[in-house]
Design a binder for this molecule. Structure first.
Ligand SMILES: [Ca+2]
Length: 468
C-alpha cells in the first residue's frame, strides 16, 4: 500500500522535475545563496580501490560512477585507521586525540562522545535543519552518548560494529521489540554473542539480533522516508552504513550477483542504495539544492585500498586515504578532481560555512573550510598538513605538502625508531624511505609535527564518561 503511494508521489514529482528543467537560468543562480540539504554517506571499511570511480573493476558501481561524473572526486581525502576515531574526526571536525575518543569503542566501555562537543548535526540544527543519523553510530552506545543526544532528531541503526555483542546490562528494549532467532529479553540479558547486535530506533532496541542481511535496504528505506518527509525544509542526513564491515551480509536480491563474492555483492548493494537516494532527490525536485558526499571511515578490511600501501588499521595511505565524491549540481563542477589535502575533519567547518553559521570561538577545531576545493577549479591548498594518529592514540606520521614523515615514537632515538620519509608524489606506494638523504626535510617536518601535536595535547578535551 505504502509503496503504491510512494510510486504515485514519485510520478508527480518526476513531472515537477520536467517543469523545473525549463525554468530560466536566473532561478538557478538565485538558488546558489540557499543553504543546501546535505546527505553524507559514510561507508564502513570501504577501501580506496573498492569502487569504480577509484579503480575497482571486480564489482560494478554504476551509480557511484555517475555521481563522480556529475561531481568531484577527492584523491587526498583522509579519515583515520579505524572506526570510532574516524567518526570522532567526522562528527567534531577535530582529530580524535583532541576529543579523547580511542580507536575503537566496545560494548563494555563507559565512555563516549562528550555532551559538550558540537557535532555536525549541532552545527546545522540551529539553522533550521531536520537531522537524522541512519546507520552505525559507534561514538558511545550508552544513553548520554547516542545520536539523539548529539543533535540528531532521528536515529535508526546499530550502536557499534556489527561483529560486536549486545551490552546486556544497558540495552533498553522497546515494548514491541522483535526478538529473532529464538532470542528473548531474558536470554539477551544473560550476555551477548558476537556478530549479534541490537537494531535501535531513538534510544530503544527494536530488533535483536538485527537481521544484518537487510540493513542496507532498511537504512535506505528510512533515508528515503526522512528525505521525503523533510523535502520542504533543509535537512541533514548522516547515513553511516554498516557494510562493508565484517560479518558481510547482503539481501537476497544481491547475493551472488557480483563477480567478487559477498564483498562485491555488498558493495553493489551499497551502490544501489546511492542510486535510490539520488533518484529520490531527483523525483522530489530537490536535486540541485542538495549536496551529497560519499566517503568511508577507514581503509579496506576485506577489499582493496589500491593503489596505496596498507589497509584498515594502518597509517600508511591505504589505511586512511579514502575514496570521496561530492556532488551538488550547478555548484560543484561536474567530472572534476581535487588532489589537495582534505579530510573528514574538514566537513564540520565546511558545513558551517554552507549553512551560514560560524563556529564557536571557545574551542580549537582542527579542520578547515574546504568549500573552495569543492567549488573552484584549481583552488589553492586549504590545509597543507595532515596528522596521522595510530589506533593507540600516538602521532605516527605527519604529511606536509608532498612529504610524509613517520615518527612512531618521536622521543626514541635508537636506530629502530628512526624516522622514515616518503615523497607521496614520486613514491605513492611509500616504498622508498629517503630520510637518510633528506635530513633537513626530516628536521623541518619533525619540528612542525611536534608543534602541532603539542597544541593538541595542550588543548585537548575529555571524552564523556559514566561512573560505571
Ligand atoms: Ca571501519
Amino acid at each position: 500500500m505504502k509503496r503504491t503511494r510512494i510510486g504515485f508521489i514519485a510520478l508527480l514529482f518526476s513531472m515537477t522535475v520536467t517543469l523545473r528543467a525549463a525554468e530560466p537560468l536566473s532561478k538557478v543562480v538565485e538558488d546558489r545563496s540557499t543553504p543546501p540539504n546535505i546527505v553524507l554517506i559514510f561507508i564502513d571499511d570501504l577501501g580506496y580501490g573498492d569502487i569504480g570511480p577509484f579503480g575497482a573493476t571486480k564489482q560494478k558501481t554504476p551509480h557511484l560512477d555517475l555521481m563522480a561524473a556529475e561531481g568531484r572526486k577527492f584523491t587526498s581525502f583522509y579519515a583515520a585507521p579505524v572506526c570510532s576515531m574516524s567518526r570522532a574526526c567526522l562528527l567534531t571536525g577535530c582529530y580524535n586525540t583532541r576529543v579523547s575518543i580511542p580507536g575503537v569503542l566496545f560494548p563494555g566501555n563507559t565512555i563516549g562522545l562528550h555532551a559538550d562537543e558540537i557535532t555536525l548535526a549541532e552545527v546545522v540544527q540551529p539553522q533550521g535543519y531536520a537531522t537524522a543519523c541512519i546507520g552505525k553510530w559507534h561514538l558511545g552506545h550508552r544513553s548520554p552518548f547516542l545520536p539523539t543526544k548529539h543533535g540528531f532528531d532521528v536515529y535508526f541503526g546499530i550502536p557499534y560494529s556489527n561483529d560486536m555483542a549486545i551490552d546486556p546490562l544497558h540495552a533498553h528494549f522497546s515494548q514491541d521489540c522483535l526478538f529473532r532467532e529464538g532470542m528473548t529479553e531474558a536470554k539477551a540479558r544473560q550476555g551477548g554473542i558476537r556478530d549479534t547486535v541490537p537494531l535501535m530506533r531513538g534510544e530503544d532496541v527494536v530488533e535483536y539480533p538485527a537481521d544484518q542481511s537487510m540493513l542496507t535496504k532498511r537504512y535506505t528505506q528510512e533515508a528515503i522516508e526522512f528525505i521525503t518527509a523533510n523535502k520542504e525544509r533543509p535537512f541533514f542526513l548522516y547515513l553511516p552504513h554498516t557494510m562493508v564491515h565484517r560479518p558481510l551480509a547482503v539481501s537476497d536480491e544481491f547475493r551472488g550477483k557480483s563477480k567478487n563474492g559477498i564483498l562485491g555483492d555488498a558493495i553493489e548493494e551499497l551502490d544501489w542504495s546511492v542510486g535510490q537516494i539520488m533518484r529520490t532527490l531527483r523525483d522530489l525536485a530537490i536535486d540541485s539544492q542538495t549536496l551529497v558526499i560519499f566517503t568511508s571511515d577507514n581503509g579496506a578490511d576485506v577489499g582493496s585500498s589500491a593503489p596505496w600501501r596498507g589497509k584498515k588499521g594502518s597509517i600508511f595511505e591505504g589505511g586512511v586515504r579514502e575514496p570521496c565524491i561530492m556532488r551538488w549540481p550547478n555548484r560543484i563542477p561536474a567530472g572534476t578532481i581535487s588532489n589537495q589535502i582534505a579530510g573528514n575533519i574538514d566537513l564540520l567547518p565546511t558545513f558551517a560555512r554552507l549553512v551560514g553559521t560560524t563556529l564557536s570561538a571557545d574551542r580549537e577545531i582542527d579542520g578547515k573550510d574546504i568549500s573552495s576545493l569543492m567549488f573552484q577549479e584549481d583552488a589553492p591548498p586549504v590545509r597543507t598538513a595532515h596528522l596521522y594518529f595510530t589506533q593507540s592514540g600516538e602521532l605516527g606520521a605527519f604529511r606536509q605538502g608532498d612529504w610524509k614523515l613517520f615518527l612512531s615514537d618521536p622521543n626514541k632515538t635508537d636506530e629502530t625508531k628512526r624516522p622514515m620519509l616518503f615523497n607521496l608524489v614520486t613514491d605513492p606506494a611509500e616504498s622508498l624511505d629517503v630520510a637518510a638523504s633528506h635530513p633537513e626535510m626530516v628536521g623541518v617536518l619533525l619540528a612542525e609535527a611536534l608543534r602541532q601535536q603539542k597544541d593538541i595535547q595542550d588543548h585537548c578535551r575529555p571524552a564523556g564518561k559514566l561512573e560505571k
